[in-house]
Each structure stands twice: as structure tokens, then as C-alpha cells.
Design a protein around this ligand. Structure first.
Ligand code: FE2
Length: 298
């Protein structure tokens, strides 16, 4: 067992992975299936929003639901790699149709506390993660049919980020991007570039042949959208952490770059939904549902 990994890896186990790309938010959602049974999990699903119109729909989630139904698969888990700031989760919508348990990292409580304050939520907004069915700690494992999924805490982009390692596949959330995309920003509340570097090193401690699945891709330099790479390719070619980039070099690059980035277009509705495990804010006393826009707080 590699010293920095809380579990033994097994590359002979090859889960089936089906990717769904959401063009408006550049998010990739996944179905991961146990090849020896019908059991599957959905990782990082997306709710559609026309923010200018205040309109939400579920076209993307409906595609995932239809795919699972058509195959006759059984949904056992809905996984959020972290509290996303650039898209809204459709996990509860899919859960309502197909069942399964909704899981996220235990540090969701830190994220809920931070954004509960920013959005002036009252005491009815619980900050204990109880909106989720399962809160994962580093080293936890869970089953998808016969597959064992291992959970690694990989904070830095956010405090609750988790990487899920299932046989020869790892779902890294926003810990890494494709080699030519580098890494995700680390400047959201609770984010930290140095912590992110250390988390990335844990991911890169997986065997070189491990398949890595990204949560986002923006097609840098005009190339087609991609979402799958390997640990070996990230070590050799990643433009932010590859070829032996030092921690200090990474932190300097990341912090300078983050200072130039605008807030994600959907951060305000995304956080209000995702900190509630994908539920919309509760109806007000007149029966309407609203997002808040905090002025000068983000
Ligand atoms: Fe993210």
C-alpha cells in the first residue's frame, strides 16, 4: 500500500463509466457501474437553469434517468464530489425518480456554515450536513454492487472536496483538470492553494495507470472537450503540477492566477441549492421560491 493512500488500490477492477457533458456549465456527470451487476452510481449531476429568467428544468438529469432505466440498472448512490459553485446539482431530482443514497464529504458542514452566514440563512437552515444521506470521511468505503469505492479527502478547491476511487477509476472533482487545463481555482471561501497542491499529490500517488475523470473541461486552445486522463499523464504533462512543479511554485502560480478570475456566472444560485444537497431554498410565506443575491459579500 502506498503510504499516502488510505487504502490498497486494485487496477484489475474496471468499472464501466458513462459520461454526460453539460455544455452550458462545462460539467461532466458520470454513471459508474459495476460490470458484474446492475448496480450503479451517479456522480455530479446537473440541474439546468436559465438564471436570467429564474427558470429551472431537468433536461440533463432526465437523460441520465432515461439511460439508467433503459439499461435496467439500479441506482445505489448519488455522489457529489464537492459543493459546486458553477452549476446546480440535480441529485435530489434523480433520487426521487430512481432511489439511491446521496453522499458528500463531511466538511460540507464547514461550507454550510460559511455560506449560511453569507446568505443570512436562519436557524431553519441546518449546518450539520443532515440534508445528505451520507457524510464521508477520509478513508471511508462504500459499495456499488460488488465494487468497493474508496473516499479520499482532497481539499483545497473547497474544504469538502473528495476524490472517489473505484477500481482503476478515480473521480477527482475539481482537484485536477486535464493536463492542458491544469488545476481548479483555490480562492473560494475555505479554499487554499497549498492545501490543493497537497491534495493533488495524493491523487498523483495513485498508480500511474489509474484512469482519472474530470468534473470540468473547457477545451483549452480550441481542442475538443475531454474528460478522461491518467495519473501518469497528469504527472508528466499537467501544466500546473506536472514535471515536478514544487509546492511553492504552484502556490505562487495559483494565487496570482486566481486573483484575475471573475466569479462563476452561477455561483449565487449554485451555492444556495448545493449547500442544501440540491434542494431549492424553501418557499417564503407567500408560497414563492426565490434566490438571494448578497450584495458585496462574495
Ligand atoms: Fe468546483
Amino acid at each position: 500500500m502506498n503510504a499516502s493512500l488510505p487504502f490498497a488500490t486494485d487496477l484489475s477492477i474496471r468499472p464501466e463509466v458513462v459520461a454526460f457533458f453539460d455544455e452550458p456549465t462545462n460539467t461532466i456527470s458520470y454513471i459508474v457501474r459495476d460490470p458484474a451487476s446492475t448496480a450503479c452510481a451517479v456522480i455530479d449531476s446537473v440541474m439546468d437553469i436559465d438564471y436570467a429568467a429564474g427558470r429551472i428544468t431537468y433536461d440533463g438529469a432526465d437523460k441520465i434517468i432515461a439511460f439508467i432505466k433503459e439499461k435496467g440498472w439500479t441506482l445505489e448512490w448519488l455522489i457529489e464530489t464537492h459543493v459546486h459553485a458553477d452549476h446546480l446539482s440535480a441529485a435530489p431530482y434523480i433520487q426521487q425518480k430512481l432511489g439511491g443514497k446521496l453522499g458528500i464529504g463531511e466538511n460540507i458542514t464547514i461550507v454550510q456554515d460559511t455560506f449560511g452566514k453569507i446568505f443570512n440563512e436562519g436557524t431553519e437552515f441546518q449546518r450539520d450536513g443532515s440534508q445528505f444521506d451520507q457524510l464521508f470521511s477520509d478513508g471511508d468505503r462504500y459499495k456499488i454492487g460488488n465494487l468497493t469505492a474508496h473516499v479520499m479527502h482532497t481539499p483545497g478547491h473547497t474544504p469538502a472536496c473528495m476524490t472517489h476511487v473505484i477500481g482503476n477509476a478515480a473521480f477527482v472533482g475539481d482537484t485536477l483538470f486535464m493536463p492542458d487545463g491544469g488545476s481548479a481555482r483555490a480562492d473560494f471561501p475555505g479554499g487554499d492553494a497549498r492545501t490543493l497542491y497537497r491534495s493533488i499529490q495524493r491523487v498523483l500517488a495513485l498508480p500511474r495507470e489509474t484512469r482519472l475523470f474530470m468534473c470540468h473541461d473547457y477545451g483549452p486552445n480550441g481542442r475538443d472537450i475531454q474528460w478522461e486522463t491518467s495519473v501518469g499523464d497528469e504527472i508528466d504533462y499537467n501544466i500546473h503540477v506536472g514535471h515536478g512543479t514544487s509546492e511553492d511554485e504552484f502556490v505562487k502560480m495559483r494565487e496570482e492566477r486566481d486573483a484575475t478570475l471573475a466569479m462563476p456566472k452561477l455561483i449565487i444560485p449554485s451555492l444556495q441549492v448545493n449547500m442544501r444537497a440540491g434542494q431549492l431554498p424553501p418557499e417564503d410565506e407567500k408560497g414563492g421560491t426565490f434566490f438571494k443575491v448578497p450584495v458585496n459579500k462574495l
